[in-house]
Design a protein around this ligand. Sequence first.
Ligand SMILES: [Zn+2]
Length: 319
Amino acid sequence: MKPNFSNIFKWGLAQTMISTGMVKNAIQRSMNGEHILAVYFHDPSKKEFESAVKWLLKHDFQFISPEDLLMIAQNKQPFPKGAIMITVDDGWKNNEENIVKVANKHKIPVCIFIATEAVETGNYWWPKVMHANQIHQKGIPDVQQLKKVPNAKRLELINKITTTGTREREAMDIEQIKRISKSPYVHLGAHTHTHPILPNCSYEQSLKELKSSKEKLEKWIGKPVISFAYPNGDFTQREINILNQLNYQLAFTCEPTGIKRQNLLSPLKIPRFAFLEGATMDENICRMMGIWQPLRDKFRYTVFHQKTEYSEYKFQKQS
Ligand SMILES: [Zn+2]
């Protein structure tokens, strides 16, 4: 990691959180059963992922699966103490080596959410856009701008990108999906087909995204798919209604709070904390314990008057 101001600041913040007992208190709150933690990864290195798992095991966390969470939500299992759920978004190629092998070794459940188009084509849309911007292809907005335009416009702009040569596969292929689904520790969920920003889609597009990804995944693995993660954490009430209609039972957002009993009354809006690949282990400990993002957001608001908005809320204001 480069020693720039931002990294030194983050390093200092993590040290402060650890030395002042904030991490210890956060562990205690989990152990007292105040909430269940859910964390999402994307494409961590094996070292990053295994260090996180070992740290959680050392602190006596109990790893739960989506099925466990559902049983808890339905009051068929008691609300647990010190529970954590590991989720992984997108379905990156390296997940088999870096996540699944570690999960099998330590016998811990993980839930991986798959964007099915990338499994079929090999690549995700945003690395393609980043690459086009790096080589200065004209008329291509950056990834953040593309997350704000109507879905049809996003697709039109992405299709304009002329690919130079074949890019290395980024997502798992169908054989990998089939193989990892055989592990008793791996649970697979849907993450749409093309990984759009759902509130930017028309009703028909949104329905198609949620339906086709479930159907493809179920066909590949031969098991029902009951869980879902919103790409970018973005959704509206419309997506909740569609998920209900399609018999999804759990859906995960990116709202950084613990899962309290009342959150389980809305199982299609389960909050999660972000693990940041490339950050220090200390920062990620603070992230997994749920104290990093709330404090960072408070800091941003106090110093820059910037409000960090998550999931559905930023879209509800527009509609
Ligand atoms: Zn994603």
